[in-house]
Design a protein around this ligand. Structure first.
Ligand SMILES: [Zn+2]
Length: 224
């Protein structure tokens, strides 16, 4: 059924290259080559005695605008073919990550949860879609119900840095029942489409730390 729906959607809305607008590919070979030059980003965010390592496949603000279009694609399209496209694209980028960056051993992926209301508005969670893509690159388990959002937060974009942190503090709730079945020594990978200030990631880390989880990192498609 899903395949049939994909087929139907493709028939009604044929793919156009995100780079140059040519038909019949999400990204044509020429534009895909342009992406080759966009580097993976890694950086450490430090708060007190804690460090959170963050990794992004791309820089959000690059001159061609291609990455911004990729993000739009993942935000508004939930089709299986979008997942396949990203798996294929990002697998090539795997070589940019080093072994010691932590993508080994037992891995759990935690997509940044959407609030129920927003989930209903949109119909899917793009972070979850990405977690399933990342899982194909570094095998692991995607946990969609370990953390939930407890309140509908004021749109983050309208707040300054401090406001953003305040807005998020204590806004994630950890499901004890789910946690009990997990290996706490595994690495927990927090997943989002774009990392901006990192405050969402830190709010999630706070919840994990309370439960004695000490190995975590953040991974996103792009860094803004
Ligand atoms: Zn193109």
């Amino acid at each position: 059924m899903k395949m049939f729906l994909d087929f139907l959607q493709k028939l009604l809305f044929p793919w156009q290259c995100l780079g140059c607008g040519e038909f019949d590919a999400v990204l044509c070979p020429r534009c895909r080559q342009e992406l080759e030059f966009l580097e993976m980003r890694s950086w450490a965010s430090i708060r007190g005695n804690n460090q959170l390592n963050m990794y992004s496949f791309f820089e959000y603000q690059e001159p061609s605008g291609l990455v911004r279009r990729l993000i739009k694609l993942v935000k508004y399209q939930s089709m299986a073919s979008v997942g396949e496209f990203f798996s294929d694209l990002l697998l090539e980028k795997k070589r940019l990550f080093r072994k010691d960056q932590g993508f080994e051993g037992k891995l759990y992926y935690i997509p940044v949860p959407l609030h129920q209301r927003r989930y209903c508005e949109r119909g899917f969670n793009q972070a979850e879609l990405l977690a399933n893509v990342f899982k194909k690159i570094w095998p692991g388990e995607v946990l969609t119900n370990l953390l939930t959002r407890v309140e509908y937060t004021t749109a983050q974009a309208s707040l300054d840095r401090e406001g953003r942190l305040e807005n998020l503090r204590g806004k994630f709730k950890l499901n004890q029942e789910v946690l009990q079945k997990l290996d706490k020594n595994a690495k927990f990978i927090l997943v989002d489409d774009v990392i901006t200030t990192g405050s969402t990631m830190w709010a999630m880390v706070e919840e994990l730390k309370k439960m004695g989880i000490s190995k975590y990192l953040a991974l996103s498609l792009a860094r803004d």
